[in-house]
Ligand binder design. Structure first.
Ligand code: PEP
Ligand code: MN
Length: 355
């Protein structure tokens, strides 16, 4: 039987060049550059437009091959029915297990004292994890760019002090390793959703940290799923289990300027139809204003979000970044309580997703 599709071939870390070339020859009949073949790194080859002439066993028996996966055309690893787990667990927090953990913290890591105060506030409010960028993507080159390595040290101290796991952004390949050392979950920001080598490398990092992947400012749901696929391919290359990605809707650019971004609540439902990966919502960046964050958060929970990511500060008026939409201690406490109340009210109300 022949069917159009693609092979994903995972190699042993010590597979030699001759073994790799032999596998490519087996699949496309030649070695070297070929438009159907893509070597993502030395451990992972994908081959498209193939016909399934070779059996999985033949490939799996080939020298240097660790495993191989066949995907029919149009299918992704991150689709329902694929190999990805729908649950992501990090630092004792589970996303996709039926709860709605709230991740909260400053936009950017500030000085040590303020950041630790915020971490205490986040813990006291009952949130599940601490967020905060040590490396910040900023539109203006003159805006505060985060506390960098010192920021990671402060986050590590905050975790030790509060017990809260840490979600923080890897801005580029140069800082990925340092971030993976401290982060329980590696955030890939909206501006990097298309940075495919960063996505793959984050998935392939030897520590196997889960990735919180934020939707690009003008990215479609399909593009977000393709981006998640890169992370999962990276994980497969490194021998980590498939899954390990949390998708985050954070608002997209539209004609509307009354809000900072337009929160695409429908994307939560659409993504849940498409993938078992947990889908969370950042209501802060689209709201743009503190007083609107609660409404967007409630909408996200009602739509079935598997978690929230919100910006919060002990003194939002003095925040170094995004103070306008940062929740103050009282608003954060109220939000965490509301999420629980809303989930209790919704229990039993939600109809199962269509098959
Ligand atoms: C953030 O969450 O720290 C952030 C920069 O958001 P985004 O990438 O969605 O703009
Ligand atoms: Mn921010």
């Amino acid at each position: 039987m022949t069917r159009a599709g693609r092979w994903i071939v995972m190699f042993e870390a010590d597979a030699n060049d001759a073994a790799r070339a032999a596998v490519q020859r087996l699949l496309v009949g030649r070695e070297g550059v070929d438009p159907r073949c893509r070597w993502h790194d030395r451990r992972l080859l994908t081959v498209r437009d193939g016909e399934r002439r070779e059996t999985g066993e033949e490939l799996a028996d080939a020298e240097g091959v660790r495993a191989a996966i066949w995907l029919p055309d149009g299918a992704r690893l991150v689709d329902h029915g694929g190999p990805c787990a729908g649950r992501v667990v990090a630092g004792g927090v589970t996303w996709g297990g039926g709860d709605c953990p709230v991740v909260a913290g400053p936009c950017s890591v500030e000085d040590r004292e303020t950041t630790l105060e915020i971490a205490d506030m986040v813990a006291e409010a009952g949130a599940a994890a601490l967020r905060g960028g040590a490396f910040k993507p900023r539109t203006s080159p003159y805006a505060y760019g985060g506390a960098a390595e010192r920021g990671l040290e402060i986050l590590a101290e905050a975790r030790q002090r509060t017990g809260l796991p840490v979600v923080t952004e890897a801005l580029d390949l140069d800082v990925l390793d340092a971030v993976a050392r401290v982060a329980d979950v590696i955030q890939i920001g909206s501006r990097n959703m298309h940075a495919s080598s960063l996505l793959f490398a984050a998935g392939a990092h030897p520590r196997g940290r889960p990735v919180l992947l934020k939707r690009g400012l003008a990215a479609t749901v399909e593009e977000l799923l393709d981006a998640a696929e890169y992370v999962v391919l990276g994980r497969l290359a490194a021998g980590h289990p498939p899954g390990g990605v949390i998708l985050c809707e954070r608002g997209v650019r539209t004609f509307e300027t009354a809000t900072r971004f337009t929160l695409d609540v429908a994307a939560v439902a659409v993504l849940q139809e498409r993938t078992p990966l947990p889908v969370v919502v950042d209501p802060s960046h689209p709201a743009g204003r503190r007083k609107r964050v609660g409404a967007l958060a409630r909408a996200a929970v009602a739509a079935g979000a598997a978690g929230l990511v919100v910006e919060a500060h002990v003194d939002p008026l003095r925040a170094w970044c995004d103070g306008a939409h940062s929740l103050d201690p009282e608003l954060l406490r109220r939000m965490v309580a509301e999420v629980e109340a809303l989930r209790a009210a919704l229990r039993g109300l939600r109809s199962p997703p269509p098959a």
